[in-house]
Design a binder for this molecule. Structure first.
Ligand code: SF4
Ligand code: SF4
Ligand SMILES: [Zn+2]
Length: 306
């Protein structure tokens, strides 16, 4: 007897179509066909959905952080004689809590080796080590850099002092982001400078202690490297919190600044006094106050809703 032949059950109704191009779909396809354009569009949709979800979570966390710090900001304002928050530029910042430690010998040696190598390669690029490169006055990047080196309003440092240098952690294994380009820039500014003078200028700015594992210049009061000596990125980068504080300062010029630095993971500890807070104010006369006596309030249910 012949083997029985099995037929696929016949599908009833119209054929299923690709959600994106409306071509008929293969039997086992979900809702996208194999066409490369449809696959690419689908990938873009998935990535965008992930980004939207991340942004929503981020916005939620920020809203909770604002609510949890509102009272401490008010208390800090009243301690420095500001009657209410409308009278002072204020904001949030990240907060990292890492100890200050002397720079380990191995890290100092690695940094010095990097420094000497970029100084050497910058000088080697000139027409002989004694000739400095011509200042690139018509170079737009150089002009931008000079602009970014200028001093910023000191009150903006309230964010970085409260934060204690979250972004500078990245400079730890990147040798303060210093490159041959940074060194050439110093030589354009001072054509007579010698290689050893440059090396010593950078070495002499290393603080006695720096934040564990962070940039060698990440001292107890922030960066110890003068702005003109820093890598481009260290002058141009401002995290969103510092930018927001700058906007707040623009809206309320001359009022000083008040910032609550708060760890991202503060929500993991809802108790009052959880150690994730550092509040800092800077008066219009640039007097810095660290409000160590202020405690993070408990994370109440209402703070994590809506
Ligand atoms: S720029 Fe932002 S992340 Fe960097 S130290 Fe300042 S507040 Fe912190
Ligand atoms: S050089 Fe200064 S600003 Fe740049 S990463 Fe180091 S500590 Fe931060
Ligand atoms: Zn398709």
């Amino acid at each position: 007897m012949a083997d029985p032949v099995f037929h696929r059950p016949l599908r009833h109704g119209p054929p299923r179509l690709c959600r994106l191009c409306r071509r008929p779909l293969a039997e086992d396809a979900e809702d996208i066909c194999d066409n490369v354009n449809c696959r690419t569009r689908h990938k873009i949709e998935v990535t965008a959905a992930i980004a939207r979800k991340r942004d929503r979570k981020e916005a939620e966390l920020r809203a909770i952080s604002h609510r949890r710090t509102r009272r401490v900001l008010r208390d800090a304002a009243s301690k420095i004689g500001v009657p209410h928050l409308g009278r002072i530029a204020h904001g949030l910042a990240p907060y990292i809590d890492l100890p200050q430690v002397p720079l380990p010998d191995a890290r100092r040696a690695a940094f010095e080796a990097h420094l000497r190598s970029i100084v050497e390669s910058s000088f080697a690029k000139a027409d002989g080590v004694s000739t400095h490169p011509e200042p690139p006055e018509d170079d737009a990047d150089y002009a931008t850099r000079l602009k970014q080196e200028t001093k910023e309003p000191a009150v903006l440092n309230a964010a970085c002092i409260a934060c204690q240098g979250d972004c500078c952690l990245l400079g730890g294994d990147r040798h303060a982001f210093l490159t041959e380009g940074t060194i050439s820039c110093q030589r354009w500014k001072d054509p007579e400078v010698t290689p050893e003078a440059l090396v010593q200028a950078y070495l002499s700015r290393i603080p006695a202690t720096s934040t564990a594992g962070s940039c060698v210049y990440h001292g107890p009061q922030g960066c110890t490297l003068d702005r003109p000596l820093r890598a481009d990125i260290c002058n141009s980068f401002q995290c969103r919190f510092r930018r927001e504080l700058a906007e707040a300062v623009d809206r309320r010029p001359g009022t000083g600044a008040l910032v609550a630095g708060l760890s991202r993971n503060h929500v993991t500890d809802p108790s009052a006094g959880a150690p994730y807070l550092r509040v800092v104010s800077i008066s219009p006369e640039n007097e810095v106050t660290i409000h160590d006596d202020l405690e993070l309030p408990a994370l109440r249910k209402g703070m994590s809703e809506d």
